[in-house]
Design a binder for this molecule. Structure first.
Ligand SMILES: Nc1nc2c(ncn2[C@@H]2O[C@H](COP(=O)(O)OP(=O)(O)O)[C@@H](O)[C@H]2O)c(=O)[nH]1
Ligand SMILES: Nc1ncnc2c1ncn2[C@@H]1O[C@H](COP(=O)(O)OP(=O)(O)O)[C@@H](O)[C@H]1O
Length: 203
């Protein structure tokens, strides 16, 4: 379970899209949300856009692995696609906030790798929110007013990157994925067989 988090506008969704496009071994956990779609966002691809009643239904039936209030809306991770991906040995990428990250880690901290993406500066963060061209002035002001409290959670993450140059940051994310996939604990059964066969073959 690979988590990318950041204050709104720092670039996590753009990074996630590039990783998902180039790496067939990782898929996106598509969250459910009560916020409306932005221009260009597709239902079922970027989010499952649902109303409050439908969200209540998901919470009550236990269909969400975690959920949280963010910017006055609700966002949550459907449980089943995560179980399905993990059962097939696939990695899964989460674009979720610090509350969701804490909930995932509380469930299974060993299998969660978390990355926090910082902006180079607050003015640059605001510039990116504006340049994205998807949010009203009110939404941008609201997100900027919460940036400092969002950023205060950076110390809870395994890796912390500064997204100044896009390609440098993307490459750092790729490196983290590559290294984490090589962790002994994740290759244990394969390595046990490999070492057993190698030793059995002798000199
Ligand atoms: N806990 C939790 N947070 C989520 C989920 N989906 C999205 N978020 C977070 O909600 C926040 C707002 O997301 P969004 O409205 O897409 O705005 P953006 O961050 O500016 O792209 C971001 O911090 C997301 O990472 C989820 O399923 N669970
Ligand atoms: N390193 C970067 N330099 C300049 N602009 C960037 C960089 N990374 C992302 N952006 C732009 O900033 C805006 C916000 O990025 P986005 O991925 O939507 O952020 P988030 O998902 O964290 O809210 C987008 O227009 C994106 O193209």
């Amino acid at each position: 379970m690979f988590v990318l988090a950041s204050p709104s506008g720092a670039g996590k969704t753009s990074m996630a899209k590039r990783i998902l496009a180039e790496d067939a071994d990782i898929s996106l956990s598509v969250s459910a949300t009560t916020r409306g779609p932005r221009v260009g966002e597709k239902d079922g691809v970027d989010y499952h856009f649902i109303d409050d009643a439908a969200f209540d239904g998901l919470v009550e039936s236990g269909a969400l692995l975690e959920w949280a209030h963010v910017f006055g809306k609700r966002y949550g991770t459907p449980r089943e696609p995560v179980r399905e991906a993990l059962s097939h040995g696939k990695d899964i990428l989460f674009d979720i906030d610090w509350q969701g990250t804490q909930q995932l880690k509380a469930r299974d901290s060993k299998d969660v790798v978390s990355v926090y993406i910082l902006p180079p500066s607050l003015p640059e963060l605001e510039k990116r929110l504006r340049s994205r061209g998807t949010d009203s002035e009110q939404v941008i002001t609201d997100r900027m007013s919460r940036a400092a409290s969002e950023i205060s959670h950076w110390g809870e993450y395994d890796y912390v990157l500064v997204n100044d140059d896009f390609d440098t940051c993307l490459d750092q994310i790729r490196s983290i994925l590559r290294a984490e996939r090589l962790r002994r604990s994740r290759c244990k059964s394969y390595l046990s067989e490999y070492v057993r066969d190698m030793l059995a073959q002798g000199l």
